[in-house]
Design a protein around this ligand. Sequence first.
Ligand code: TXA
Ligand code: MG
Length: 397
Amino acid sequence: MRIITGSAKGTRLETLEGEMTRPTSEKVKEAIFSMIQFDVEGKRILDLFGGSGQLGLEALSRGADIATFVDSSREAAELIKKGEVVAIPTETVYGLAADAYNPEACAKIFKAKGRPQDNPLIIHICDLDMLKNSVKEIPPLALTLAEHFWSGSLTMIFPKKDIVPDTTSGGLDTVAVRMPDNEDTLNLIKMCGVPLAAPSANLSGSPSPTTAQHVYADMNGRIPLIIDGGECKNGVESTVICFTNGGTGIKVLRPGVITAEMLSRFAKTETDKNVFAKPDENEKVISPGVKYKHYSPRADITIIETDSDEKLAEFLNSKNDGGTYGVIFGGEKGIEVPTISYGSTAQEQAHNLFAVLRKTDELGAKRVYVRCPEKTGVGTAVYNRLLRAAAFKTIIL
Ligand code: TXA
Ligand code: MG
């Protein structure tokens, strides 16, 4: 077995060779923590960009073989240029990336996710030239927002140019664009020379992945490569907006950590009604994603709205049948069913929500009651995802 380390930018640092099945020396551990490509049960996983190295360590502890790799970002770019799909880290959630201008490559994303064809993909750019190359009109307000929020978790919708194929835009004449806040992913986009179309890297309907392990759980056998960039900073997807009033107003279609309050400093900002409501059957929605059940683990999810710790405990204890779990803020007393805390601030809850929902599946939960977050600021993003995970089922105590 061979291990070769390199730097995030693809420079070879040193080569270690030898027979080994687990990290036996500090030097090897160091190598593992930098950038190596692992082979886990025949599936290749790329661990680079200063990522946590967790997948690699887990692979080693199970006695997996390690494959050889040096220049990981170049290999990822080559795969993408060949029309393949690669999972990439971003500051929000992991994405399933392909050349946004290549319809066959983007079709592979839909196939890997099991995503409905009419649900458009976000394209990820590394500079404003890529924006200009992809869209017909850029309102001055968009440039102001780009200046303030890019690189970052704001996705803006523009009329698309023909270079963006219908497969990418789900048949719409618009395209959603963002510049992710992850230096290595920006470098990867630069190496590819084209925007990367990337939806969240989960199976359609499942909670979005915030670690490479989550991606592996959903995409094992479906894509050739996962880039392990460690845990995502935000934990919820980007804020999606469109422009109203001839490009002078903002409408939030999906809330994120860039809040409506933050956007309203730049222009009149409204929130689309489907952010918190179930679209009517046959309603024509602006953002096709809102039609689908989303973010949901296998367990049945219900939101519990209450100000009272006592009422919450009383309710959960009345459901104590072995399959019931509570997802709580943390510190609530008197609860007899198993609980997982997803944090007491909206930021923490955004960061932890999807990982906690996935955890409930691992624990074999049948029913999960999640304490409702605040409905302001970043809390709106958490509440929006929870509503869809729970298919809008809410109990008020
Ligand atoms: O943070 C994020 O945005 C992540 C990372 C990977 O960048 N991506 C992400 O993509 O969440 P996805 O495909 O899971 O969600 C994109 C959402 C969907 O609800 C989709 O319907 C909506 O954005 N969307 C995309 N293009 C659109 C368009 N042209 N018009 C309206 N809605 C659009
Ligand atoms: Mg998604």
